[in-house]
Design a protein around this ligand. Sequence first.
Ligand code: ADP
Ligand code: LRH
Length: 494
Amino acid sequence: PRGGAFAAVDLGASSGRVMLVTVGADRLDLREVHRFPNRPVRMGPTLYWDIPGLYRGVLDGLREAGRITGGRLAGVGIDSWAVDHGLLDADGALLGNPVHYRDARMEGTAEKVAAVLPPDRLYAATGLQHLPFNTIYQLTAARGGAAWSAVRRVMLIPDLIAYWLTGEAGTELTNASTTQLIDPRTRDWSREVTDALDIDPGLFPPLRRPGDPAGQLLPHVLAETGLTGPVPVIAVGSHDTASAVVGVPVDAEGTGRRFGYIATGTWSLAGLELTEPVLTEESRRANFTNELGVDGTVRYLRNIMGLWLLQECLRTWEAEDGAAPDLSELLAAAGRAEPLRSVVDAGDESLIAPGDMPARIAEACRRGGEPAPRERAETVRCVLDSLALAHRRALADAGRLAGHDIDVVHVVGGGARNELLCRLTAEACGLPVVAGPAEAAALGNALVQARATGVVTGGLAELRALLRSGLPLRHHEPRGGTEPWRRAEERLHG
Ligand code: ADP
Ligand code: LRH
């Protein structure tokens, strides 16, 4: 029977993982072979990604995958968080560690960009939600730096990893769409934007689409990982959210239902899969994004702060206690805490930077006239209630702005493991929630590789059909009515 073992490299803001996904014509098996923490590092004033550490994690994972398969892999695909990139010189060498999107250097750059390209024109051209760290702002900040004169290439994180693995350079389209330099109608660089900002799109290597070949593992990579060549690297939806949406097990529960999705990890990305972008002024004001997806789709969604709020609380408490708090105990206590006692706006930009999150949440509560949490369980409850409320609002707004009803909500990503969050999301939205898979991005990554190598055929529906068997999905029916959520929303947003 035809089949293949694919390595899906999925680099998230909180951890990187290499998954071994075995795909056959009508089956799929997922095995985590390596997971490593992604720990940013501050050097001097700047917050960086530890890119050598991440690349080492990728090599370790590929070696481990090969140990299981006897050195053979049918393909390797790489996806990661969006917007960030490395700057390369004329020799193809990296000019410093990639800067983290949570670094403070973008302060003031949005105003500089707006001065040459007003926000309404920028949105009409790119359809991208304003986030202070979009690549467009990062490049504007980098241009003021001393290294800029040596920059010959800009490579997004998954493309950079693929470049080191293969020696070949490309820019994968789904992730390129998060630069805010792409026109979602032509699915190519927006000349209007690159001209206005005087950014040469030629700095980015040529565009690739998911499924395109991206080279083969170099001989020294084969030697280092113990793999047997040739091993093709395949462009996938290299924006992790693009791959995660491929990994949404749509129709697992009966056909024809219109779905909304929430990809929850460090961020919560809540919205719809569309065939055309929505570029209206109303959409811009509602801060909706049109990111490009696999097979010509558009991810129409709002980017919400996500479990970063919880991760950063845990980091603060760990520093206080000298030991990591027990997450399942905290979640159980949060489940018993008073519902909707206080909520904050999960889009609040004051929560983006690293630092004392419990204190900032308390401050955000006070600013909004909400009672500040009195203990950790209340802080966690506030975070989860606030996220569920933001999910409700994003899906309702997406449905209204795109003229698209939603019958079922799929929650994928690490947050699908958080039962309380899924239950609260079902309640808040007043819709059934199907939770899982937690590793949707790795699955979507592998499915696109499997199709590119001819192991499976068909469109997204056929790829997703493979997800239906054997995945542990959890169901949460809406209970309790949405009225308390409507009132909380009114408190927060008027
Ligand atoms: P990213 O890809 O952005 O690094 P993930 O999709 O891996 O994020 O999700 C990580 C988050 O998932 C964690 O911060 C945590 O909040 C949540 N999570 C993972 N496992 C569990 C679990 N067993 N119970 C509750 N939450 C979990
Ligand atoms: C999620 C994600 C999200 C981006 C953010 C920077 O991992 O890719 O879609 O907005 O990271």
